[in-house]
Design a protein around this ligand. Structure first.
Ligand SMILES: *Cc1c(COP(=O)(O)O)cnc(C)c1O
Length: 442
């Protein structure tokens, strides 16, 4: 025990950088009993031995009762069953909350399970959601195909028009929901300004009627922006993307205020969308420790690739927050910052093909993508993003096909738009592959 205390004394994360904390987390905290492991073991146990009926009873009593005066970290938690909580997930959640500067984090089976988890605790029959007009296709489908069955309705507005957001809020609005950068258009939402709108509305509302802000920050990762530090209530991520990074596992997380922890844990227990311990482990020991290095490398490459694309006659528009020509360059510089305060525009690019008509532009995008799929070595036609490999896709016919074709243009989705997620390859390898396919569609 004394030895453990020595270990603990060496662990003063606050005296070190955030990046150090993403590598070390609380993996050596005596509460986890892994103080002699450099890498914590994968805690693959569906159920846990309880020493006595009393200990089992105590575990059930304490589950999801942290915010009523019980501290989360005064002693080792009593684990009962994986769906209620287990060590790998707890270690991962501790680091994810720290990475996004929130009080708590709760992981889920996927990004979509995290989105339905946070919306599940914030809304009920009769609630309204105000959401940005462009959203990830499955989120759009959740809001338009499923929630109306529970009498939860969504009004879509352009969140770059703050007056329109204010006008759309009614007494039943419980959530302002947005992505920034928006998937796939790379438009940004001014998160501090949206948080200020919610604060103004809440000044005259009771606690039961509070309006909450939720940001899907998947495109940015916690390395490039921390919405909670800008006044947002909840940040969600698909762990499948930049945080996981290696493309081996699907997962999601909600980061938020302390009061929401028990609600999210109870929701997850009863709806059952838990992250498997075997999927929490690679995010904990590989994804988060390499997040900063990967993102710094990717955004250096992304800038060079975006500059290359801007110089090409086949391309009519390139949207990358790091380009001086980016339409919201000032907001990008204000909002997207790494842990040291450096500008961090991320590794995602959206670009649009030149064309006489939308149909013409779409044809070129499709021919280009097909050429990439069959000829490129360093660019893979695949959905997902934030991967160590460069991935390309056509949102109009793939990730965002849940949005009807006739609505896509109004939502800022160009039929000839292509989404590019930069990986760890050298910039010249990526631009060489792009050049060959661009010349083919010229
Ligand atoms: C992929 C993605 C999701 C969904 O995440 P899954 O892990 O695939 O469920 C949600 N939002 C954005 C912005 C995404 O890119």
């Amino acid at each position: 025990m004394e030895q453990n205390q020595d270990v603990n004394q060496n662990l003063q994360p606050d005296e070190h950088s955030t990046e150090a904390h993403l590598i070390y987390g609380q993996m050596q905290d005596p509460h986890w009993d892994y103080s002699h492991h450099v890498i914590p073991p994968m805690t693959a146990s569906a159920t846990f031995r309880l020493d006595s009926a009393q200990r089992g009873a105590q575990g059930f009593t304490e589950f999801a009762h942290h915010t009523e005066g019980m501290s989360i970290k005064t002693r080792a938690p009593i684990y009962i069953y994986d769906r209620l909580g287990e060590p790998n997930k707890d270690m991962l959640e501790e680091t994810l909350a720290y990475a996004d500067q929130g009080d708590i984090a709760v992981t889920f089976a996927s990004g979509m399970a995290a989105i339905s988890g946070v919306l599940g605790i914030l809304t009920g029959s009769g609630s309204e959601i105000v959401a940005h007009k462009t959203l990830y296709g499955c989120t759009y489908s959740l809001l338009t195909n499923w929630y109306p069955r529970q009498r939860i309705t969504t009004t879509f507005v352009d969140f770059t028009d703050l007056a329109a957001v204010e006008r759309a809020i009614t007494k039943d609005t419980r959530v302002l929901y947005m992505e920034s950068p928006v998937n796939p258009t790379m438009r940004l939402v001014d998160l501090a300004a949206v948080a200020a709108i919610a604060r103004r509305v809440n000044a005259t509302r009771s606690n039961d009627e509070r309006l909450f802000t939720v940001v899907d920050s998947t495109f940015a990762t916690p390395f490039c922006q921390r919405p909670i530090a800008l006044g947002i209530d909840f940040t969600i991520h698909s762990l499948t993307k930049g945080i996981g990074g290696f493309g081996t596992d699907v997962g999601g997380v909600v980061v938020g205020p302390k009061w929401s922890y028990d609600m999210l844990m109870l929701y997850r227990k009863d709806f059952g969308g838990i992250l498997s311990a075997k999927s929490a482990w690679p995010v904990l020991v590989q994804g988060l420790p390499t997040l900063a290095v990967r993102m710094r490398q990717m955004q250096g490459t992304a800038l060079k690739v975006a500059e290359f694309l801007s110089s090409r006659p086949e391309v009519s528009g390139v949207f990358y927050p790091g380009l001086p020509s980016f339409p919201q360059a000032e907001l990008a510089r204000r909002q997207m910052r790494d842990y040291d305060g450096q500008f961090a525009p991320g590794g995602m690019i959206y670009f649009v093909f030149q064309g006489e008509s939308p149909r013409d532009s779409l044809n070129r995008a499709e021919r280009f993508i097909n050429h990439v799929a069959s000829h490129a070595y360093c660019i893979t036609l695949a959905v997902s993003l934030g991967n160590i490999r460069t991935l390309i896709e056509h949102p109009g016919s793939m990730t965002h096909s849940a949005i009807p074709a006739e609505d896509q243009i109004a939502k800022g989705l160009d039929p000839g738009g292509v989404r590019l997620s930069i990986g760890l390859e050298k910039p010249e390898d990526i631009t060489g592959d792009l050049r060959a396919s661009l010349e083919y569609v010229r």
